[in-house]
Design a protein around this ligand. Structure first.
Ligand code: 13P
Ligand code: SF4
Length: 355
């Protein structure tokens, strides 16, 4: 063992220092023991652990080789030579890793770890929209399953959604499945969003409407993130009344009204960078609550205003216990049928080329 090899004592000390005041010490000590065992097994197996920003703080700060938002982790997953890839995130993220790096074993340390957005649309739904709007390119948020990605033209994440939409040379774009994200993107790009029931189907009808000053630029869907839809304008107003100097950050899966009364909106990674850089003494995060704890651990000099604790139940399925079992027993292995993988990869690659 070299001087740099973490021991149980050094793992515990590092985690105690990082999570002081955020996680009770007895809990940190229990989790440090699990983290130590995971890190030993990870080294033995040559594995890499990727952790989404929504992982619980002890896991996030102890076993992950890379942490980040969906886009950052997809890029790492695409190029890593380590095997297996243990994806501490939800199923659509682990699937994306498998699509991008099929030679590797990709493990999801949970049985299901779904996502209300990914569950809100099927490949059949996309085929229906394609038949209805044959001339409109289809963009899918990365929070979709592989068979949906296989049916669309390009994917996007919360960090590049507006850029992807702007790159498409078409009077009409279909953006799936997050209604709120689509509305936020429409506003950012100056486009108008409608739902499939109201947008004219033919290009001629749209041209005629445009002649009358009515534009149909983005056709959305009615998926919602079950976490971000809970934040309200009233929540923000109440916090601003109590703390007039608070800086409010909202994930773009929040409603456009909530984004409107916030100071900044961006992906989980963009929000983390923003908090690091602001000089304001306190901030409010309108996103999943473990991410708040992870940022609070990174920025102890600033006060995080605790509005409420909305934990993503799907991200919550990933625990240190499950990560250890996953590495020991090689489960749950993610598989994507090859014909779907190849078509889904095309949509993801297009996104990665755009940025
Ligand atoms: P990010 O890509 O911003 O990390 O978002 C993923 C997600 O699921 C947010 O709810
Ligand atoms: Fe899905 Fe919302 Fe959970 Fe993100 S926070 S994984 S969008 S349910």
């Amino acid at each position: 063992m070299t001087l740099d090899t973490p021991t149980l004592e050094s793992t515990r000390a590092a985690l105690r220092a990082k999570l002081h005041g955020i996680v009770p010490e007895f809990e940190v000590d229990l989790k440090a023991e699990l983290a130590y065992r995971i890190n030993c097994l990870k080294a033995e197996r040559g594995a890499v652990i990727l952790g989404h920003n929504y992982m619980e703080p002890a896991l996030f700060h102890s076993v992950c080789d890379y942490t980040g938002d969906s886009l950052e982790l997809s890029r790492v997953a695409a190029t890593t030579e380590a095997d297996p890839i243990v994806f501490c995130g939800v199923r659509f993220m682990a699937e994306t890793a498998k699509i991008l790096n099929p030679e590797r074993t990709v493990l999801l340390p949970a049985l299901r770890a779904g996502c209300s957005l990914a569950e809100s649309i099927t490949a059949e739904d996309v085929r229906g929209l394609r038949a209805r709007y044959p001339d409109a390119p289809i963009v899918a948020y990365i929070n979709t399953y592989a068979d949906v990605k296989a049916e669309v033209d390009v994917c996007c994440t919360s960090s590049n959604a507006a850029k992807v939409v702007e790159s498409l040379d078409s009077d009409l774009v279909i953006f799936l499945p997050d209604e709120y994200l689509a509305k936020n993107v429409a506003r950012e790009t100056g486009k108008t969003i409608v739902l499939p029931s109201t947008a004219p189907v033919s290009a001629d009808a749209r041209a005629e409407a445009a002649g009358n000053g009515v534009h149909y630029d983005i056709v959305g869907w009615t998926g919602r993130c079950e976490v971000h839809e809970k934040f309200t304008v009233e929540d923000v107003q109440a916090v601003r009344e109590q703390f007039p100097d608070v800086v409010v950050l909202a994930h773009p899966e929040c409603s456009p009204e909530v984004v409107d009364v916030s100071d900044f909106s961006g992906s989980t990674a963009a929000m983390t960078r923003y908090v690091r850089e602001i000089e304001a003494p306190r901030y409010l995060l309108l996103t999943e609550c473990s991410m708040g704890d992870n940022i609070a651990a990174e920025a102890p000099d600033k006060e995080m205003v605790r509005l409420c604790s909305v934990r993503c139940p799907h991200m919550n399925e990933i625990t240190l216990e499950h990560v250890l079992a996953s590495l020991r027993e090689n489960r749950e292995q993610i598989e994507v049928p090859e014909d779907i993988r190849v078509r889904a990869r095309r949509s993801i690659d297009r996104m990665l080329e755009i940025g």
